[in-house]
Design a protein around this ligand. Structure first.
Ligand code: BES
Ligand code: ZN
Length: 593
């Protein structure tokens, strides 16, 4: 191996996992998964095998009915404890019997009152970036791919869903349980392993598409995402054939920490995507595009995260252009540029976190800013401009075909780019985009142009001159324009203007958590103390980190709210996923709170 993944302890020198057969018993009362996993390696293993694991309670290890000895290294808070499996004697198969911890980072166990229906418990996983190891010992690096099959035993009345093909439903192991069988015949990296259990209903949307959700929201979900089949057709035109079989969605309870997670065949989605307007289409476009850029062709390492997210944002933009038109796509780009600059300024324009190739860092989740998304997308747009759309499109298809079901580094990508499109290197300063911080000078790249954005900019300039936009003016604004307006407001505004904007933008009626994320951030910075109870309500229901962390950051920054953050966080803590709790703790601790 040419590189070492700093987020993984696994030693690939001993061989790679090829296939895993899981038997999973889901135990809600103890919040534990009891698992028997049979691993098949690519090649026989002689001696030891080192695997990543996080708080796994290993009970038995066997190879060929011979018991194996094992040891765990000391537990590291970020990477977990390395499992050292001993005494393999040329076997390529072994079986582990273990339990996950109730504190498994990847899992969230919800009580019934945290779900839409309020009657059944719910479980879901989130493995990206390095949390699969808290469900099963593995080589938890995106550079290793394996196939799997699984039998999942759940209490009767509940449904198990996995990011895999469902191949059967039987009587479970116990009298009052149901067994769901799955297989994932395409090799995946560990971070794309996913499971959910709850009171789930299913609706077909098209021949290859459908949606899972709790019965209380299934109708609204089916309506909201009715256009998914059309999306797939467009995505295939750009990226090549869809190689995963079905494409379904799973709507999770609101504490899901992301907008969406591109689990193969089954995107996990925040319920805040259901707006009743079919307005949040770009989120689905993004997760769908990952079926190629990310899931089919995968970053080898979290330092190459832009290969996943930058490519996906680029594809998302291209598909948006076809489905929603150039104006909307242009508006999104212009908004993205403003966001990008703002985040870079927050982090520091010369921070290594603003480079596309990220520094070696153990805690891969700490990379998750929007920079690889937007800067990566703008870089790929520059490559497209350099050779023209036709040639770049041919390159995209070739790239997908050449690296399908493989993982690659930034360097391997650049080598391929150079061999296919050498002119890019003459016209674009590739080295600067990839390895240098910040952005190239404003006149050195095709910065986004958008008359829809300019309209909003005008309204913002007017506001700074003392002229507020009217309700009539704002009424016709596109969702992206409202975002741009809220994003572009001065950091601090008079409290009465907060109320005015909420009213003219109709925020309450639109009930879009994305708007409220910006709005509450401004309220906090502006000292709008009356908004505090509503902010608490928001932070206690919405889990999407992209929406809530900016508010928490603003609360830490503003003098008046600083003292409230820790107690507020403690009150809502139980409602959140471990990943969100961890991210909030990092922010609070950094601020000494
Ligand atoms: N793969 C990401 C989510 C992710 C990133 C999980 C890093 C863990 C570590 C997903 O595709 C994503 O980017 N989601 C975004 C929405 C997107 C439209 C920008 C989100 O969750 O906000
Ligand atoms: Zn993504």
């Amino acid at each position: 191996m040419k590189f070492k993944d700093p987020s993984s302890y696994a030693d690939l020198a001993q061989g790679r996992i090829k296939h895993i057969l899981f038997r999973i018993h889901v135990d809600f009362p103890t919040r534990i998964l009891e698992i028997e996993a049979t691993y098949q390696m690519q090649e026989p293993v002689q001696g030891s095998l080192f695997l990543d694991s996080y708080k796994i309670d290993l009970r038995e290890a066997h190879a060929d009915s011979r018991a194996l000895a094992w040891e765990f290294d000391d537990q590291d808070e970020t990477l977990g404890g390395r499992l050292h499996l001993q005494g393999l004697d040329g076997e390529s198969t072994f079986t582990l019997t273990f339990r996950t911890s109730p504190e498994a980072r990847a899992l969230q166990w919800l009580n019934a009152n945290q779900t839409a229906g309020g009657t059944h418990p719910f479980l879901f996983s989130q493995c990206q970036a390095i949390h699969a190891r808290s469900i099963f010992p593995c080589q938890d690096t995106p550079s290793v791919r394996f196939t799997y099959s699984a039998e999942v035993d759940v209490p009767q009345g509940l449904v198990a869903a996995m990011a895999a093909e469902q191949v059967g439903i039987d009587q479970g192991a116990g009298l009052d349980s149901t067994g769901f069988r799955f297989r994932m015949p395409q090799p995946i990296p560990s971070y794309l392993f996913a499971i959910a259990v709850g009171n789930l209903d299913f609706r077909e949307l098209g021949p290859r598409t459908g949606v899972y959700a709790e019965p209380e929201i299934i109708e609204s979900a089916a309506w909201e995402f009715a256009e998914n089949e059309t999306k797939m057709v467009e995505a295939e035109k750009l990226l090549g054939p869809y190689l995963w079989g079905r494409y379904d969605l799973l709507i999770l309870p609101p504490s899901f920490p992301y907008g969406g997670m591109e689990n193969p065949r089954l995107t996990f989605l925040t319920p805040t995507a259901i707006l009743g307007t079919r307005g949040q289409t770009s989120l689905i476009t993004h997760e769908l595009a990952h079926a190629w850029t990310g899931n089919l062709v995968t970053n080898a390492n979290w330092q190459d995260f832009w290969l996943n997210e930058g490519w996906t944002t680029y594809a998302e933009q291209r598909i948006t252009e076809v489905l929603e038109g150039k104006d909307v796509a242009g508006l999104r780009s212009a908004f993205a540029e403003k966001q990008l600059i703002q985040i870079m300024q927050q982090i520091g324009m010369d921070s290594p976190l603003t480079c596309l190739k990220l520094p070696a860092e153990r805690d891969a989740d700490s990379f998750t800013t929007s920079i690889p998304y937007f800067k990566g997308c703008f870089f790929l747009q520059e490559c497209e401009y350099a050779v023209g759309r036709e040639r770049f499109d041919a390159f995209i298809q070739k790239y997908m075909a050449r690296f399908q079901f493989q993982s690659l580094t930034t360097e391997a990508f650049l080598e391929f780019l150079k061999s296919e499109l050498p002119e890019v290197f003459e016209k674009v300063n590739v080295h600067q985009w990839i390895y240098e911080p910040g952005l190239p000078a404003a006149d050195a790249w095709h910065r986004p142009q958008s008359h829809l954005y300019d309209e909003v900019r005008q309204a913002l300039d007017n506001y700074e001159q003392g002229i507020k936009p009217t309700k009539e003016q704002a009424q016709g604004w596109h969702r992206g324009q409202i975002f741009s307006f809220l994003q572009g407001l001065p950091h601090k505004i008079p409290v009465e203007d907060c109320q005015y904007f909420e009213q003219i933008l109709d925020l309450e009626k639109r009930n879009d958590a994305g708007y409220y994320s910006f709005f509450y951030t401004t309220c906090v910075a502006s000292g709008n103390q009356a908004a505090l109870p509503r902010i608490e309500q928001f932070l206690g229901t919405v889990g999407r980190m992209l929406y809530i962390l900016p508010i928490v950051r603003a609360m830490i920054e503003a003098e008046w709210s600083r003292a409230f953050v820790r107690p507020l966080f403690e009150r809502v803590r139980d409602r959140h996923h471990q990943i969100t709790i961890h991210a909030m703790e990092v922010l609070l601790k950094k601020a000494g709170l």
